[in-house]
Write a protein that binds this ligand. Structure first.
Ligand code: PGA
Length: 252
């Protein structure tokens, strides 16, 4: 059985006090030993503060990005080891905003994924098509190319640590959520890719999150689909009440 996994991607929002307050509010409500894995991913300057705020709770810490090199002259970048050092368990990689705005390629996401795994961070690798690609009937091809490029060269053991987030770009921050059937169709394809490129056992293990306008009122139906194992939540993760409502949907 795959444990449901709900992660909040706070993106470039909130200040230090807001991050600490939100993290505390979430941590107070997420019981240890509960049925769902929960993580919050604040802006990197607040990782340390949020780590303190959730210390001893069942909530995990995630970063929104990292660089693939171990250390050195890479001004402005953060290494996987640094993220681990401040208490991160997860790192989001290849988010569509980074792919589109910061030119992150599958090859770079692949290097980052390997660097994260090398120190024991759990990568949340994002894939997803744009509206034009969906309307052009290219969803399967786009997602397959991103999958193959981003996850190339991983061993079965490494792959089974990875979380994949399917985030259709047209559904991110737009309020236009994929229907459960649309999301499930791509998730089922991802599961098949895992089985064919890695192994059926890996496919059974890897958690597939859906992301894109997940809200408390649509979470339960999305999460009840057989191949949707969790959610990567943006806007609705910025308020404790709505994030907790989504977590409740995962338990239903
Ligand atoms: P959204 O963002 O929930 O605001 O659509 C999801 C994401 O980008 O991870």
């Amino acid at each position: 059985m795959r444990r449901p996994f709900i992660a909040g991607n706070w993106k470039m929002n909130l200040n230090r006090a807001d991050c600490v307050a939100l993290a505390r509010a979430v941590a107070e409500q997420v019981a240890a030993g509960g049925p769902v894995d929960v993580a919050v991913c604040p802006p990197s300057v607040y990782l340390d503060a949020v780590a303190q705020a959730i210390r001893g709770s069942a909530v995990g810490l995630g970063a929104q990005n990292m660089y693939f090199e171990g250390n050195g002259a890479f001004t402005g970048e953060l290494s996987a080891a640094m993220l681990l050092d401040v208490g991160c368990k997860y790192v989001i990689l290849g988010h569509s905003e980074r792919r589109a705005l910061l030119n992150e390629s599958d090859a770079v996401v692949n290097q980052k994924t390997k660097a994260a795994l090398a120190v024991g961070l759990i990568p949340i690798v994002c894939v997803g098509e744009t509206l034009a690609q969906r309307e052009g009937g290219q969803t399967r091809q786009v997602v397959t190319t991103q999958f193959d490029g981003s996850l190339a060269g991983l061993t079965n053991e490494q792959m089974s640590q990875v979380v994949i987030a399917y985030e259709p770009v047209w559904a991110i921050g737009t309020g236009k959520v994929a229907t459960p059937a649309q999301a499930e169709e791509v998730h089922a394809e991802l599961r098949q890719l895992l089985a064919s490129r890695f192994s059926p056992a890996v496919a059974e293990q890897v958690r597939l999150q859906y992301g894109g306008s997940v809200k408390p009122d649509n979470a339960a139906e999305l999460l009840s689909q057989p191949n949707i194992d969790g959610a990567l939540v943006g806007g609705a993760a910025l308020k404790a009440e709505s994030f907790l409502g989504i977590i409740a949907g995962a338990k239903a």
